[in-house]
Design a binder for this molecule. Sequence first.
Ligand code: NMX
Ligand code: MLT
Length: 434
Amino acid sequence: KKTLKQTLSEKIEEHRPRTKRLLKEYGDVVVDNVTVSQVIGGMRGLKSLVTDISYLDPEEGIRYRGYTLGEVIENLPKPKGGTMPYVEGLFYLLLTGDFPNQEEVMQVVDEFSKRRIVPRYVYEVIDSFPCCSHPMAIFSTAILTLNRESVFNRQYHAGLNKKDYWEATYEDALNLLAKLPEIASYIYNKLYRQGPRIQSNPNLDMGGNFAHMMGIDKPYDDVSRLHFIIHSDHESGNVSAHTGHLVASSLSDIYLSISAMINGLAGPLHGLANQEVLRWLQDVMDKMGNKLPTEDEMKQFVWDTLNSGQVIPGFGHAVLRKTDPRYMLQREFSLKNLPDDPIFKYADLLYNVVPPILKEHGKAKNPWPNVDAQSGVIQWHYGVTEYDFYTVLFGIGRAIGICANIIWDRALGYPLERPKSITTDMLEKIAGIK
Ligand code: NMX
Ligand code: MLT
């Protein structure tokens, strides 16, 4: 039976001539034009990156390897008694484009389990963080600390051939991904529980083991699987994926690259929005004395936030122009499993109230909710009420997609990323002002 690495190796050999041909024979074909507003405005919409792992359609939302999230969840193998698939199976799909069968997925589960032990010095670094440090800063540092383990670095300095870069990167990626649930649950316990740590169970899959180490009963294992899967990838241009790709393009190893992407994810306009949603809702609840506001009261809270020059967290998107399918999946899960949860009721009220207000406000190009408007609601329901931890959960998921991307970047020999900048003077000349 072929291993994931052998299957991937065949896929890479098949794919390499496509990239080579595009570059050699079609290198001068124009893909896109660049406008002044794109240059100043964060390169919105500019087609300047390539990935085959996922694609984000503004109307439909994300597809992984051509499959909608619904199809991914339906077709990936699931653990016995579970309603959500193995996260390890998703990694197989992202890397190869194929749905693994039960045997193939169990091989990856096994690989992750073998690589899960975290060196003691990482825990010592986590323990030495001063109080009130944000869990994302601790998470990023813990990952960075592992840089000394990099197989890629060791082999590179021994004279690694370019065409073999991906193999060493694959080893680093698996070694890191397997450890993330251990690191994250340790940070959670240290910051919020301070009790004896629950040891990991090598017989469990990634989602199951994470729930076990968090000390939370079923269906939190399925909640974790769902969370990691839907957060794993969102094509290449978002801040975390792009940061990971950019840093890796200088041949920085996986640990340096994923630590950097975690730092990008930690901003409130990106992954931190999931914590901000709960913080905002808590503020509303405090002001309401824990009674559900009427629709009119909720509208007033939304307007007050907008009028004080702040964004409504969990709404809007740089690419999407419809409700995020990741939001809908989590809403469906909530309607089924926690319909009477008070926080869910608040979030659902926002779902009705915010879009018409954002339309009337007239700024946001997309008034609809994104993934972050729902994820914290589910976490809160299952007992993870420390909302500054929510972006760490996003980070575990996102690392899976970004590692898959970086492995392929190396396999296809994508070069150092180095776009060109110009001055405002030059831009004014191009615009015909000067
Ligand atoms: N609340 C208030 N104003 C908003 C919102 C919002 N939710 N979304 C966009 N706007 C404003 C935006 O700040 C900008 O204002 P200005 O012209 O004064 O700079 C204007 O509308 C145009 O922005 P867009 O072109 O619609 O959005 P952009 O692509 O620049 O930014 C986000 C996308 C996601 C950063 C933005 O919608 C936002 O700040 N949303 C709230 C934060 C959030 O939920 N982020 C998470 C995104 C998903 N993720 O996980 O990363
Ligand atoms: C993401 O998942 O990365 C966010 O939705 C942000 C984006 O795609 O720009």
